[in-house]
Design a protein around this ligand. Structure first.
Ligand code: ADP
Ligand code: MG
Length: 242
């Protein structure tokens, strides 16, 4: 029943909630407001994979490369030799887009296909098993219609799954929202949705994590309190109903 191969995130508390990990080849949407821990969770997923011998690519659309590296040096799980040895690649998606000569405001359908082809080529060439696009929100702003966004995400997911690549796409939502997507379509296309949020308690903002869906596996739907520590990265604990 549960023998579908798993892509262990290496975040023990999270893997436990889905019978060992994300089913290999899934496209997971990681949704949450700014500061929720999306980038951190993604980087931990990739570095843990790289340490287990699975190459990963982090495509960024929001932060410049030097900022990402500087930020993650503060975390114990991060290991820069993974980048130096090519097991982890951090790539600025906009640099690729510029080099392809694509418009920086709006993409045509052809532009979107070109970018898509290059993305999948890179994944294939580097023999990546894990891929992150952080975030798709900025990318979706350049795609003009819901159909284009739908098509892009769907193709990306399908192609990467054929390469046996497990993908996390992050998506930004305004704080205190309970929608899982900005465009109301990403969530239907994704195989899985992990929702990060905040709960205010006694003047403190507590980070939360909840698996909303994960095709191909049983999983908990419990809302956990999520801690981000420099030593361990993401940790989950029961949200005490005080
Ligand atoms: N070195 C660190 N150790 C622990 N927590 C950190 C560290 N650096 C940043 N943080 C926390 O991580 C948060 C940012 O997380 P991030 O993954 O960038 O969120 P998101 O991508 O959802 O905006 C910061 O608000 C801060 O609380
Ligand atoms: Mg981020």
């Amino acid at each position: 029943m549960h023998n579908r191969p798993r892509c262990m995130t290496g975040i023990k508390d999270l893997d436990l909630q889905m019978n060992g990990g994300i089913p290999v080849g899934s496209t997971v949407l990681l949704v949450g407001p700014s500061g929720a821990g999306k980038t951190t969770l993604c980087m931990q997923f990739l570095t843990n994979g790289a340490k287990m011998g699975e190459k990963g690519i982090f495509f960024t659309t929001i932060e410049p490369l030097f900022k990402i590296r500087k930020h993650f040096r503060g975390y114990e799980f991060f290991d820069e030799t993974l980048i130096k040895t090519g097991r982890l690649s951090v790539i600025d998606l906009w640099t690729i887009s510029d080099r392809l000569g694509l418009d920086s405001e709006e993409y045509t359908a052809d532009d979107a296909y070109l970018l898509f082809d290059v993305l999948t080529e890179i994944a294939e060439e580097l023999d990546a098993k894990r891929l992150v696009v952080d975030s798709i929100t900025a990318l979706c702003h350049r795609l003009q219609t819901k159909e284009m966004i739908r098509d892009f995400i769907f193709r990306l997911g399908a192609t990467l799954a054929a390469l046996k690549c497990t993908t996390i796409l992050t998506s930004d939502v305004p704080p205190q929202t309970f929608r899982y997507s900005q465009y109301e379509i990403e969530e239907f296309i994704a195989d899985g949705i992990i929702f990060l949020g905040d709960i205010e308690r006694k003047g403190d903002l507590i980070r939360t994590l909840q698996i909303i869906k994960m095709r191909g596996t049983e999983h908990s739907r419990t809302k956990f309190a999520m801690n981000l520590s420099p030593k361990k990265g993401v940790e989950l604990s029961p949200l005490l109903k005080s």
